[in-house]
Write a protein that binds this ligand. Structure first.
Ligand SMILES: Cc1ncc(C[n+]2csc(CCOP(=O)(O)OP(=O)(O)O)c2C)c(N)n1
Ligand SMILES: [Mg+2]
Length: 570
C-alpha cells in the first residue's frame, strides 16, 4: 500500500504534513486501529493530531503499566501489531513491568513516548530522561527520531522489526519539535517479512526419520502454534504418531486443543515433576515452544539425561538455548506440520498406523479429559466449603463452578496463582484465542489485558480470574472497562493477601511470620472500589451465592467485579 510519493526518487513533494499527523497516518497504514495511551504535555501533539484521525481509536489507561498491558492483551487475542503511547521518562518507567511481559510473550508492539524537544532536553528540564537507554534492554529496537524526514523510515522499520519472528516490542522516542514540525515528507510503504515458510524437503525427510526412529515420542506445544494457527495440525501430528501432547511449562495460551484424545495437560514449572514425566519418552518434539522454562531454582534439571529432542518454530532464540536438540528447524509450525505429516504417514506405513492406534488407546485412560473428570469429581466430593471451616468458600470448588458457567466461546484470562491453581486442568482450550494466562510472572497483567482482549474479540465474553494481590497492581484499569462498557467478568479471589508467597516462605524457610504478605488491617473492599469506578460489583462470601452471581455477571451488559472471599489459610 503506497500512500505518498517515492522519496528514493526524490520526487517533488507538495503535500505538507506535520510530524504528529504523519505519526498517526503511518501507524494506521501499518494496520494499527487502536492507540492505547496515557497523555501528558509531551504527548499533546499526538492528542492534537488524533482529532483529524477519528478512525484511530484512542484508549485511555490511567497508568502506563495499564496502557501497555491493554495493548499486549489486544495483540495476544488478535495476533495484530499494536501501538501504545506513554508519557516521557516517568511514564516509560511505569510501563516497564508490562513491557517486560510483552517481551516475554513476543508481542508485536510499537511503544512510543513523547520526549522533550531536542536541545531543550539537553538542559535537563522536568521529566527528561534517556528514553532509548531506558527501553533498550526490553525491546528489539529502541530509537529516538532526530529529523522529521526520518519518521516514516523509523515507523516502517519499527513495524517490520516488531512483526518479524521472533516478534516483539520496539520503542520510539518522539521529541516534541519533530512532532510539531511541518514539512513535505514521503510516508513510504509498509514491509512485512513473510515467514509462512516450509522447510526444505530433505529437512522434512530427516525430521520424519528422526521421529520414526523413536519408540516413545512426545509433543511439547507452545505459543507459536497459536501464532501460526496450527492447533489442528498439531492435533493431527499427535494422532498420526499416537503420541501424547503436553502444553509447554510456559502455559500462558491455548497451545493445544484440550479435549483432543492425545492431550495430557500442561507441564508444571517443577523440575522434578517435569523430569519424571518426560523420563517415559525417548524423543521430545518441541512445537513452537521454549524448552522446559522453569520459575524457581532447584538442584534438579527438568530435562531427563537420555531424552533427545527436536525443535520446530520461527523463534530461533529458543533453539538449543539451554539444551542442544538433535535438529533445530526454523520454519513456520503449521506449514512444517502440513509438510511433515504426509511424509511420516508414507514412511511409517502400516507399522506406524498400528503403533499409533495402540498409542492412542494407552493415552485415553490418562489424557486431559479423563484427568479432568477425576479432578472435577474430587472437587465436587470435597464440596463448596473449605475443609475445617464453617462456610468459607473452597477455592478449587469456585474455580470449577466458574469454568462450568462459561459460555462455549468465552475467553478466560488467568492471574490467580493459588485459588485458580487448577484452571488449566479444568478449562478446555477449544480455539487459539480462548485462553490468556500470566506469562512472565510479572503480576498486574490480567485486569488491563482483559480490556485489550475484549476489544480484539468484541463478540465474546471475557472472564478474568485474578488474585486480590495481583488485582491491586493495576486495579484502576477497571475504569477503562467501565468507560468502554466491555463485557468482562472479573472474579477477584479474595484470600486476604499473597498466599503463594506465604506458602513459599513456609516451604522454603519453615517460617510462618507472614510479614508483608497480608492485605488486612484494613481489608480492601473490592466491590466498593469497583463501584467507585462505575463497575457493577458484589462481594460473595457464601458458596450458595456464587452461581447466581456468576449468571448475573455473564449476562450483564458491561463489566462486573465479583469479590469472592475464598479460603486463604496456609
Ligand atoms: C510485578 C510483580 N511484583 C511482585 C511479584 C511477586 N509476587 C508473586 S505472586 C505475588 C502475590 C500474588 O497474590 P495474589 O494475586 O493475591 O495471589 P494468591 O497467591 O493469593 O493466590 C507477588 C507479590 C511479582 N510476581 N510480580
Ligand atoms: Mg491473594
Amino acid at each position: 500500500m503506497r500512500i505518498s510519493n517515492d522519496y528514493r526518487e526524490g520526487n517533488a513533494m507538495t503535500n505538507r504534513i506535520t510530524g504528529r499527523s504523519a505519526f498517526v497516518s503511518l501507524m494506521k497504514d501499518e494496520g494499527v486501529t487502536h492507540l492505547f495511551g496515557n497523555p501528558g504535555t509531551t504527548e499533546l501533539p499526538i492528542m492534537h493530531a488524533l482529532a483529524d484521525h477519528p478512525d484511530m481509536r484512542f484508549v485511555l489507561g490511567l497508568h502506563e503499566a495499564i496502557v501497555v498491558a491493554m495493548a499486549d492483551g489486544y495483540s495476544r487475542a488478535s495476533g495484530e501489531l499494536v501501538a501504545c503511547n506513554v508519557h516521557v521518562a516517568p511514564g516509560l518507567g511505569n510501563a516497564m513491568g508490562s513491557l517486560f511481559n510483552a517481551g516475554f510473550t513476543s508481542t508485536p508492539m510499537i511503544l512510543t513516548a513523547g520526549q522533550q524537544e531536542q536541545g531543550f532536553g539537553l538542559m535537563e528540564p522536568n521529566l527528561y530522561g534517556p528514553l532509548v537507554q531506558m527501553a533498550m534492554p526490553l525491546v528489539k529496537w529502541a530509537v529516538e527520531v532526530n529529523r522529521l524526514q526520518d519518521l516514516p523510515r523509523i515507523i516502517r522499520r519499527a513495524a517490520k522489526i516488531a512483526t518479524t519472528p521472533p516478534t516483539g516490542p520496539v520503542f520510539i522516542s518522539l521529541p516534541g519539535d519533530i512532532l510539531n514540525q511541518e514539512d513535505a515528507i514521503d510516508l513510504g510503504q509498509s514491509t512485512r517479512v513473510l515467514t509462512r515458510n516450509v522447510p526444505a524437503s530433505e529437512h522434512v525427510a530427516d525430521l520424519a526419520d528422526l521421529i520414526l526412529a523413536a519408540e516413545r515420542p512426545v509433543l511439547v506445544c507452545g505459543n507459536e502454534l497459536v501464532r501460526s494457527d496450527a492447533l489442528a495440525e498439531a492435533a493431527r501430528l499427535a494422532d498420526v504418531l499416537g503420541a501424547p501432547a503436553y502444553q509447554s511449562s510456559s502455559s500462558y495460551g491455548a497451545h493445544f486443543l484440550s479435549e483432543h484424545a492425545c492431550y495430557m495437560g500442561s507441564l508444571p514449572k517443577l523440575q522434578k515433576v517435569v523430569r519424571q514425566t518426560l523420563e517415559a519418552y525417548d524423543l521430545m518434539i518441541v512445537l513452537g515452544s521454549d524448552v522446559l522454562r522453569m520459575a524457581v531454582y532447584s538442584d534438579a534439571d527438568p530435562m531427563p539425561a537420555r531424552l533427545k529432542h527436536v525443535q520446530i518454530g520461527l523463534d530461533d532464540r529458543e533453539m538449543g538455548k539451554n539444551y542442544a536438540p538433535e535438529m533445530a528447524l526454523r520454519a513456520d509450525p503449521r506449514e512444517t506440520l502440513r509438510a511433515l505429516i504426509p511424509v511420516l504417514e508414507a514412511k511409517g506405513g502400516a507399522g506406524l498406523k498400528k503403533r499409533a492406534e495402540s498409542g492412542r488407546a494407552a493415552i485415553a485412560a490418562k489424557n486431559w479429559s479423563s484427568k479432568r473428570r477425576a479432578l472435577a469429581g474430587k472437587i465436587e466430593a470435597a464440596g463448596p466449603v473449605a475443609e475445617g471451616t464453617a462456610s468459607t468458600i473452597n477455592p478449587d470448588w469456585m474455580t470449577l463452578r466458574m469454568v462450568d458457567a462459561l459460555p462455549r466461546d468465552a475467553i478466560l484470562v488467568f492471574e490467580s496463582l493459588t485459588t485458580g491453581r487448577h484452571v488449566v486442568d479444568l478449562f478446555p482450550y477449544r480455539n487459539r484465542y480462548a485462553y490468556h494466562g500470566l506469562a512472565s510472572g510479572g503480576i498486574g497483567f490480567s485486569i488491563p489485558a482483559s480490556i485489550g482482549i475484549s476489544l480484539a474479540q468484541p463478540g465474546r465474553r471475557v472472564v478474568t480470574i485474578v488474585g486480590d494481590g495481583s488485582a491491586m497492581y493495576s486495579i484502576q484499569a477497571l475504569w477503562t472497562a467501565a468507560h468502554l462498557k466491555l463485557p468482562i467478568t472479573y472474579v477477584i479471589c479474595n484470600n486476604g493477601g499473597y498466599l503463594i508467597i506465604k506458602q513459599r516462605l513456609l516451604a522454603f524457610h519453615g517460617n510462618r511470620n507472614f510479614n508483608g504478605m497480608e492485605i488486612r488491617n484494613p481489608e480492601i473492599d473490592y466491590a466498593a472500589m469497583a463501584g467507585s469506578m462505575g463497575v457493577t460489583a458484589e462481594r460473595i462470601t457464601r458458596p450458595e451465592d456464587f452461581d447466581p452471581a456468576m449468571t448475573r455477571a455473564l449476562t450483564h451488559n458491561g463489566p462486573v467485579v465479583l469479590d469472592v472471599v475464598v479460603d486463604g489459610r496456609v
